[in-house]
Design a protein around this ligand. Structure first.
Ligand code: OXT
Ligand code: ADP
Ligand code: MG
Length: 579
C-alpha cells in the first residue's frame, strides 16, 4: 500500500452513504427526485443527477413535497421529496401530511443534524428531532444510522408508502451517514429490490356475495367513485362494472374522467338528487368524510344533521378500518380495487338486471334540467368576464385536449371548474383533495408535466396561486408545458370587502387591485398574457397548448362574482354575538 495506484484501487472498492442511497433508489425504479438543495444534501443532489436521476429543484420545499405526492398518485411509485434539515424538513412536512391524508404514496427524505447533539439539545446547526415530529404526521417514519442499513431503510420506506392504503413516509438521513464508507461489494449486496411492494389484496368470497346481494335488491342503486378508484388504475374493470350493471355513478372530484363526464350514467349533474334518493350506495375508493357529509344529514335525506337517510352502504376499500368510520357499512369489501371490482364482475355474470327505469328516468330528468341551466349560464358573455364565461373557454380547451392534465385550486375557482369543466380520461384532474388545501398548484403542475410529458393546465384562484407562485421560475427553468390561468378577482373569494373601520388597511380578504400576475412569469422568460375577455383567454390558452411554452394568463374576473368559500359557505362558523 502507499502507491497512488494501490490507493486508487482501494478507493474504487469503497462506496459511501451518498451512493448507497442513490443506488437503492435506482434499484427500485425511482427515476426522479423533487427537492431543494442545501446542507447536508447538496452533494447528494449533484451525485444523483450525475448518476442519471432526474433532480427537479424547487424554490420552496412544500412545492417539492406536493410534486412528489402527486407524482406518487399518478405513477403508483412513491414520489421522492428531498430536503435539508429542520426548516427545510418542516417546509416539506405539510406536503407529507397532506399526502398521507389523501392516500398518496410519497417519501420525504430529509438530511438531519448530528444525533448526539440533537438528543442532548446542545444547539447544533438546524437542530431538530425530525423523526419524532414526522411520526404522527406520516404513515411511517424511519431513520438510518449506518450505511449498511440504507438498503433496508429505503425498502421499508417504499413498502410503507405503497402497500395497503398508500401514504406519506418519512426517511431521516443524518448528515454523518452520507459520508460513511463501506466495502462496495458488501454495500451492493446490502441493497434490497422490493418485490411486489403493493401486493394484490383479494376480497373474501362471502364479502363479495354480501355486496352483490345488496346491490341486486336495490331499487335505486348508486355508485360513488373516489380518488382511490382513480389511483388504483383499474380503469377498464371500473368502466365495465358501471356499464354492465347500468348503475348511475357519481365521481368525486379527482375521480372525474375515470369514465368520461359526458357518460350517460354519470349522475354528477344530479348530485343533490341522487344522494338522498338512493337506497343502496356502493363506495369505490371514496371515504364518507366531510366531502360526502359523513353519510348522513340533509345531503342524504336525513331530517337533522346527524340523522341518517336510510341508505345501505357497500364500501370497497383497501383499508379494513375504513368501514363504519361515519355510519354503518352494511357490506364492506376489503381489498384492492382492481381485485374487488374483478370479483364483483365475475359474480355479476351476464344476466344482470339493470336498475329500474323510473330511477334512471328521474335522474336523467334532474340532470338534463341542470345541464340546460348550466348551458344557459355558459352562453352568456358578461363584461367584466366572470367565472362561467371564463370556464366556458377552459371547458372547450379541455374537450379539445383530453390528454391535458388539469390542476385546480381556489374556492370559487375550484368549485366552478369542478362542475363546469368535463374530464374525459382517468387521473387528469388534480386538486386540493381531502383537506381543501391551498398551495398544491405549482408543485402538482411541475410533477404532472415531468412524469407525463403532457400539457398541463392549472386553473388557479389568485389567492391559491400565491401559495406556490414563485415556482413559475421552476416552470421556466425546466421549460415545462404548463399553462397557468390565474382567475384574478382581486382577493380571497371576492375582491369587494371593505375595512369597516374606514382605516387605511384594506379588508383581510382583499389584494392589490388589478394585479398583473402575467408579469411575474415574464421575469423568467415565460409567456405572460393579460386576458380580459373570453376571446383573449381562448387565444392565449390555445397558443400555450400549441407552443408548449410555460405560460401565465392573468384572467381578469369580475370581483363581485364569487361567494364566501365557494360551495362550502356553510362551513364558516357564524358569530353568536348580537350586533
Ligand atoms: O345537484 P345540485 O343542484 O346541488 O348541483 C350540483 C351539481 O349537480 C351540479 N353539476 C352540474 N350541473 C350541470 N352540468 C354539470 N356537468 C354538472 N356537474 C355538477 O353543480 C352543483 C355543484 O356540484 P358539486 O360541486 O359536485 O356539488 P357540491 O354540492 O358542491 O359538492 C359538495 C362538495 C363538498 C363535495 C364540493 O363542494 C367540494 O368538493 N368542495 C371542495 C371545497 C374545497 O375543498 N374548497 C377549498 C377550500 S376553501 C378555503 O378553505 C380556502 N382558503 C383557506 C385556506 C386553505 N384552504 N388552505 C390553506 C393552506 N390556507 C388557507 C383560502 C385561502 S379557499 C382560499 C382561497 C380562495 O381564494 P382564491 O382567490 O384562490 O379563489 P376564489 O374563490 O376564486 O377567489
Ligand atoms: P375521495 O376524496 O375522492 O372521496 P378519498 O381520499 O376520501 O377519496 O378515499 C380514497 C380511499 O381509497 C381511501 O379510503 C383509500 O384507503 C382507498 N384506496 C386507495 N387506494 C386503493 C386501492 N388500490 N384499492 C382500494 N382502495 C384504495
Ligand atoms: Mg380570488
Amino acid at each position: 500500500m502507499g502507491t497512488v495506484e494501490s490507493q486508487l484501487a482501494t478507493a474504487s472498492q469503497v462506496t459511501d452513504g451518498f451512493h448507497l442511497v442513490i443506488d437503492a433508489l435506482k434499484l427500485n425504479g425511482i427515476d426522479t427526485i423533487f427537492g431543494l438543495p442545501g446542507i447536508p444534501i447538496t452533494d447528494f443532489t449533484r451525485m444523483a443527477q450525475a448518476a442519471g436521476l432526474r433532480v427537479i429543484s424547487f424554490r420552496h420545499e412544500q412545492n417539492a413535497g406536493n410534486a412528489a405526492a402527486i407524482a406518487g398518485f399518478l405513477t403508483q411509485k412513491p414520489g421522492i421529496c428531498l430536503t435539508v434539515s429542520a426548516p427545510g424538513f418542516l417546509n416539506g412536512l405539510t406536503a407529507l401530511a397532506n399526502a398521507t391524508t389523501n392516500c398518496f404514496p410519497m417519501i420525504l427524505i430529509s438530511g438531519s443534524s448530528e444525533r448526539e447533539i440533537v438528543d442532548l439539545q446542545q444547539g447544533d446547526y438546524e437542530e431538530m428531532d425530525q423523526l419524532a415530529i414526522a411520526k404522527p404526521l406520516s404513515k411511517a417514519a424511519f431513520r438510518v444510522l449506518h450505511a449498511e442499513d440504507i438498503g433496508v431503510g429505503v425498502a421499508r420506506a417504499i413498502r410503507a408508502a405503497l402497500s395497503g392504503r398508500p401514504g406519506g413516509v418519512y426517511l431521516d438521513l443524518p448528515a454523518k451517514l452520507f459520508a460513511q464508507t463501506m466495502d462496495a461489494e458488501a454495500g451492493k449486496k446490502s441493497l434490497i429490490k422490493v418485490v411486489d411492494p403493493a401486493p394484490k389484496q383479494i376480497p373474501g368470497a362471502d364479502a363479495v356475495k354480501r355486496a352483490l346481494d345488496l346491490l341486486k335488491g336495490a331499487k335505486k342503486p348508486l355508485i360513488v367513485l373516489g380518488k382511490g378508484a382513480a389511483y388504483a388504475q383499474a380503469d377498464a374493470e371500473i368502466k365495465s362494472l358501471i356499464e354492465k350493471t347500468g348503475i348511475p355513478y357519481l365521481p368525486m372530484s379527482m375521480a372525474k374522467g375515470l369514465l368520461p363526464d359526458t357518460h350517460e350514467q354519470s349522475a354528477a349533474a344530479a348530485r343533490s338528487y341522487v344522494l338522498p334518493e338512493a337506497d343502496v350506495v356502493m363506495l369505490v375508493g371514496a371515504r364518507l368524510n366531510w366531502l360526502l357529509s359523513h353519510g348522513k344529514g340533509k345531503t342524504w335525506g336525513g331530517k337533522g344533521h346527524k340523522d341518517r337517510g336510510g341508505q345501505k352502504f357497500i364500501q370497497i376499500d383497501i383499508s379494513p378500518q375504513e368501514a363504519d368510520s361515519n355510519v354503518r357499512i352494511d357490506a364492506p369489501v376489503v381489498g384492492d380495487i382492481g381485485s374487488c371490482v374483478s370479483a364483483l364482475l365475475a359474480g355479476i355474470g351476464s344476466n344482470w338486471v339493470k336498475p329500474p327505469a323510473d330511477w334512471l328516468g328521474a335522474i336523467a330528468e334532474r340532470k338534463n334540467k341542470n345541464v340546460a341551466k348550466m348551458a344557459e349560464t355558459l352562453a352568456k358573455d358578461p363584461r367584466p368576464m366572470n367565472f362561467h364565461s371564463a370556464l366556458n373557454v377552459v371547458r372547450d380547451i379541455v374537450k379539445a385536449n383530453p390528454d391535458a392534465i388539469l390542476v385546480n385550486e381556489g374556492a370559487n375557482a375550484l368549485d366552478f371548474t369542478r362542475s363546469i369543466v368535463d374530464m374525459y380520461k382517468p387521473r387528469k384532474r388534480l386538486d386540493v383533495g381531502t383537506w381543501g388545501v391551498m398551495g398544491i398548484g405549482m408543485g402538482f403542475s411541475v410533477a404532472a408535466a415531468v412524469v407525463s410529458g403532457l400539457p398541463v393546465i392549472a386553473i388557479e384562484g389568485d389567492s391559491a396561486f400565491g401559495f406556490s407562485g414563485m415556482e413559475v421560475e421552476t416552470l421556466c427553468r425546466y421549460n415545462l408545458p404548463v399553462c397557468v390561468v390565474v382567475f384574478n378577482n382581486n382577493g380571497v373569494y371576492r375582491g369587494t370587502d371593505v375595512n369597516p373601520t374606514g382605516g387605511p388597511d384594506v379588508a383581510p380578504t382583499v389584494f392589490v387591485k388589478g394585479a398583473r400576475y402575467d408579469k411575474l412569469i415574464e421575469a423568467f422568460g415565460g409567456v405572460g398574457v393579460h386576458a380580459t375577455t373570453p376571446a383573449e383567454l381562448r387565444k392565449a390558452m390555445e397558443e400555450a397548448i400549441r407552443s408548449r411554452k410555460p405560460t401565465l394568463i392573468n384572467a381578469v374576473i369580475d370581483e363581485t362574482a364569487g361567494t364566501e368559500s365557494g360551495r362550502i359557505t356553510s362551513l364558516n362558523p357564524t358569530s353568536g354575538k348580537k350586533k
